[in-house]
Design a protein around this ligand. Structure first.
Ligand code: C5P
Length: 220
């Protein structure tokens, strides 16, 4: 019985980086491996949830037993999340690129001999977390965001929770010396309406199980 606490519940999980093309062979990306998102999807699946796993080009494989929707760009990710609605909960663990190149070239860019590099024009990508948090129809009952920070983690994450309008923020310090980005472990603080709750450093799988457990308490 305890293992089926999310039976009949639908949860959308975003994961991985996004790739924003510069030309057909080049893109802007980030160092997200997708490990934490994949672990969360697996943990939710283990509690019986139906999981829509919307993933950018991650370096870890998606878990079995979830519906995998592969995307490349932030805009594709937003569209895929929209298509997956309605959902009881949404966990936005993707490291979405903040900007995309608006003058991306249809053909491979070449050096023109002038010594001047091309100027990339950029515009802001949709903020999927803020968008889903402010939906008037179909807003999931529980929206969870992540805040990967390198300084003043708690302050930035608390501000982010209010600014984005999500219910919970999972905050973590991704300074290079923590080894968290791309690593097996994570040290997070869960920020809810009740304030911050610091979890000890543990494996990403354990963070995922604890988070899934809390989600089951909330929407199960
Ligand atoms: O703004 P920032 O990227 O720091 O916020 C992180 C949180 O917002 C994560 O949960 C991430 O998945 C989400 N996000 C998003 N769409 C964006 C940017 C961030 O869903 N364009």
């Amino acid at each position: 019985l305890t293992l089926a606490r999310l039976n009949g519940r639908h949860v959308i999980v975003t994961s991985g980086p996004t790739h924003e093309p510069i030309d057909p062979v080049r893109y802007i990306a980030n160092r997200s491996s997708g490990s934490q998102g994949a672990a969360i999807a697996a943990a939710l699946r283990d509690l019986g949830a139906r999981v829509s796993f919307v993933t950018g080009p991650a370096s870890v494989p998606p878990p079995a037993g979830v519906e995998v929707i592969r995307v490349e760009t932030a805009r594709q990710m937003r569209d895929a999340v929209e298509a997956a609605l309605p959902a009881d909960a949404a966990v936005m663990a993707a490291a979405v690129a903040d900007w995309r190149v608006t003058n991306a070239s249809d053909s491979k860019m070449k050096k023109d001999g002038s010594g001047r590099p091309p100027a990339l024009e950029m515009s802001e990508n949709p903020d999927i977390l803020a968008w889903i948090s402010h939906l008037e129809q179909d807003r999931p009952r529980l929206v969870v965001g992540f805040a990967a920070e390198t300084n003043d983690v708690l302050r930035h994450a608390t501000e982010k929770r209010l600014r984005k309008g999500c219910d919970w923020i999972v905050a973590n310090d991704v300074s290079p010396e923590t080894g968290i980005m791309g690593g097996q472990e994570n040290a997070v603080t869960l920020i809810s309406q009740h304030g911050p709750e610091e979890w000890p450093r543990m494996s990403k799988a354990e963070v995922a199980r604890r988070l899934a457990d809390r989600i089951a308490e909330e929407i199960g």
